[in-house]
Each structure stands twice: as structure tokens, then as C-alpha cells.
Design a protein around this ligand. Sequence first.
Ligand code: SF4
Ligand code: SF4
Ligand code: SF4
Length: 572
Amino acid sequence: MPQIIVNGKSVHTDPHETLLEVLRREGIRIPTLCHWEGLPAVGACRLCVVELDGQVNLVPACATPAAEGMRVLTHSPRVVDARKTIIELILANHPDDCLYCPRKGSCELLRLANELGITERTYRGAKIHHPKDVSSPSLVRDPEKCILCGRCVRVCSQIQHVGAIDFTSRGATALVAPAFGDGLNISSCIHCGQCVMACPTGALTDARHIRRVTSALEDPSLTVVIQHAPSVSVTLGEYFGFAPGTDVDGLMVAALRRLGFKVVFDTSFTADLTVMEEAAELVDRIRNHGPLPMFTSCSPAWVKFVENFHPRWRENVSTCKSPQQMMGALIKNVWAGNNGVHPDRVFSVSVMPCTAKKAEARRPEMLTEGRFDVDAVLTTRELAELITMKGIDFSTLTPSLPDHPFGTRSSAGKLFGATGGVLEAALRTAFHMLTGQNPAAEPIHALRESEGIRELTLKIGDLELRVAAVSGLAAADRLLGEIEAGRMNPHLVEVMSCPGGCIAGGGQPYGHDATAVASRMQALYKVDRGSVLRFSHENQEILRLYREVLGEPLGETSHRLLHTGNGGHHVR
Ligand code: SF4
Ligand code: SF4
Ligand code: SF4
């Protein structure tokens, strides 16, 4: 195995590894502001420079292949001085705004300035003023805090195949912005928030809903009801010292009650409902000539992606509302009436792993009886902030359970939080709808891979059901290309916009930590393994809802509350 010498110690390298990969594997922290896991190195910020024996110039570790015999110094005085100068130059025209910045507790630039011991302004650059872009329902863009690292540009174009933002202008006036300097609202942005996850500073952040939620909680005339998405319970704990993948479901529900929410429901319940409706829609499309394949609709950034870039496939997207919107419609149109609350006095909040859910909640077809199903959407990050703001000692709370009737879920509904999970849950119920029997609820391992296009053919009675799952929109684009070229012909396709699914959604803890994402995924699978209720169609509260309110899947009331459009497949 090739060896290099790092700070005097011999270290092995694997073929094609960069110096950065070797050093990080060895537990040596090398700062970067432009590098992003999974994308090719660009060597733009130069913060990862190291010193090589025998070379005059420092080299960027991210773009330098590790070669046999190299002697590397990672923190020599020259290296540290160079890194410090780079940060000082970035700060030369950066606003002195940390106290009021949404990223002050998680800013990579601020952390590096601290780590490098920067305590005074060394360089003074011209400040160019740009207004904040608050036009998007999901994101806020603050160009004055942009350090031109380019992560967002590359994530948006290479991981999501969108290209809503790019570098404009040159030199001191260079900027990252949508085309023609317009607002994000009229760009091709699909609201996924993956750029927010990648941004090291406060230049891209959530469109915050905390204020409107606290105002509602303070209004005695309102009944504030909250729902929480399947993936949030396995990520929220990271803000309160729990290891990634710790399921803090009970503590989270207790915290929501402590915050003052009168009623707490579990969005996994309406994930079960989505399974019922989506499986019925699939069977109906198969029996009544399509259109096929049917694409899942629970990821709003994917729905917007189809609308923006592949409108010919719009009719193939399921008409089911997402679990968030189904729950919102049930809260105002079923729960409120049953509990003597006028729907206008209900304020419906959701906690979601996703910035696109904020935009989804404002789509015109997400009104039922003239009211928005969901009034405010908090990301996981915002919920953590709210819990901290209210002085709640999260880890010492006594765990609590969600309320009935929309708090009972199967573990199939919980699987919605990971890529492949919607499909796995839907297949369990579609099998039952087509055969009258339950399939073995064994994990479908082919769908539990987190990367690439996964295909599967299942024999269900006389039918050979072909399904596929994909996450990340560049991968979805490839999959559409395969279908259009006739190389794939699935009946059902699950698309999650964020790589890995909602556990790595644009509203989750900042950054990209592949190990943390894998732990969160395993936590959801553990819930499924340990559950006695693993089929959505066996959820007794779902069956009762159909008996007492909805009638049957795809029935008239279901269409009114749970589907977009007027009930046809062609109206989304
Ligand atoms: S982006 Fe970071 S350095 Fe800039 S104002 Fe915000 S917290 Fe401070
Ligand atoms: S939210 Fe998604 S689509 Fe919009 S700019 Fe960011 S990465 Fe691109
Ligand atoms: S907006 Fe953020 S991610 Fe994009 S270039 Fe600026 S600092 Fe980097």
C-alpha cells in the first residue's frame, strides 16, 4: 500500500485518494470553505493548503492526489499563516453583523476566524451593498454575507440539476444570484434547500416562520395544532447532544407540549393515509390504462422540478397531497369539527425536514374549503431554535405520546423519512390490495440502498410490478432519461429530492455528514424492526377514519380533502 509521511508519521493511502481525503481519514482537521462531499474538488478557497517537502508553493489538499513518498506538513507556521490571511481577506468586506445573523451559532466562517485566532480587522475592503432577497417562500438570500465559495452553485446544478443560481459579474462586483439579478421567486428554484445545507455562512437561510408561530401561541383565540414529520425525531436530538440517529420522539412531543401546542399529531399517520391513497391510485392506474409510470408526490421540490423542467410528465405525478398537507386538511376539516373548534380558529403548524414544505403549504391547490391546510412550517433547525429560546431543558423532559386520533402510525409510515421508504410502505399495502393478503414485511434491501437508481420487480398475483426509487434530482433526471429512452418501464417510481431522503432534507442540521445520515436511516429501520404495526392498511385509526369520514380510498371525500385538483389523474 502506498505510504506518505504526514507531520512525521507514516500513513497509508488508497488509490485515487486526494490528500484531503487521507488527512481527514486520519482525523486531522483541515479547513475548507468550498469543498463539498460528493462533488469534484475545485480548489477555490485555498484554505486546505498544506506544505509539501521540496515544493516552494503550498498546495490545496482537496485537489492534490496523494502520491507515494510525499512528506506533508498540515499545520506548519507557513500553512497556518496562509489560512489566516485567506480568512482575513474574506472578512475585509464582510459585514460585521454576527450578532444579528441567523447563522451565528453555526457559521463556518466565524468558526474558522475563531480557530485561527483572528481578533482584529487586518484588511479593509470596499463594501458593496446588495439588498436581501426575501422573495422566495422557502429561502432568504443575503448576498452581503456571500463569500463566493460556490458550493451552492455546484450543489444546485450538479446534485439537483436545477441551476437556479450562478456567479454573475467579476472582480469586486462578483455575486452569486439568479439570472438577470431577479428574485429567487421567479427563478427556476424548486425550494429544496440543498444550497442552504451547503452554504457555510448566513448568505442562504430559511424563510423563518418562528415569529408567526410564537404569535399564534400567544393568541388565546387560536387553537394551535402541530404535526411532526417522520424524520424529525431522528435528527432533532443532534441539537441537544444526542448522537446522530438517536430517536427522540417522546422528548420531542414533550417539548412541543411545553412550547404550548394544544394538540400534537404525528405526520407518519398521514403517511399511512398517503400509502392507502397512493396504492389505490396505482392499482386504479394499472387497471384503467395509466398514465404510467406513476411518480410519488410527497416531495414538493420534486413536484416543482417536474413542473419546471419536465412538464410532459405532470400527469404521471400522483394526485395525492403530501402527508403534511393531508394532515393539515384533516386537522381543519375533520378534527376541528369533531372537537367543537371553528376551523378559522385553528392555526396549523408543521415541523418538517424540508424548506420546500414552506412553499408547498402556500400552493393554491393546498386550500381546502377556502383555507390553507397548513399555516406555518418550521424546519427541524427552527424547532431546535424555538426549544432553546424558550429555555426548555430538552434531555430532562419526560417523554410524551402524540394525541389521538392522528397520532397512531404504522412503522411503514415512519419509513417515509428515508429514500426508498415510501415505496417500501406502498408496496406492502398495494400487495394487500391486489391479493387480499399481507406480504412478508421483510425489508426490501434493494430499495434501502441510499444511492443511484434502484429497480425492483415484484410478482404480485398475476402482475409483475416494476418499481424504482431514486433520491437527488440529478439522479431523477437520469431516471427520466432512461424511461424516455425506453430502457426502463416501471409502474411506480419514488423520487425524493434530497440525496438520502428527508433525513438529509434542506431543513435538517446544516452541512453534509454521510455517517450521520446513515445513522439516521438505520434509526428509522430500527423503528420498523421493533414495531408490531408494520402495515398502513392495518392502522386501526386509518380504518376508522375511512369508516367514519372518508368512505374509501379515492372516494369523493378523499378526493376533496386528500388530493389535488378535482379528482382526476390529469389535474395536478
Ligand atoms: S455569515 Fe458568519 S461571519 Fe458573517 S455575519 Fe453571519 S455569523 Fe458573522
Ligand atoms: S433551493 Fe434548491 S433549487 Fe433553489 S437555489 Fe437552492 S439548491 Fe437550487
Ligand atoms: S451563497 Fe453561500 S454557498 Fe453560495 S457562494 Fe455564497 S457563501 Fe458560498
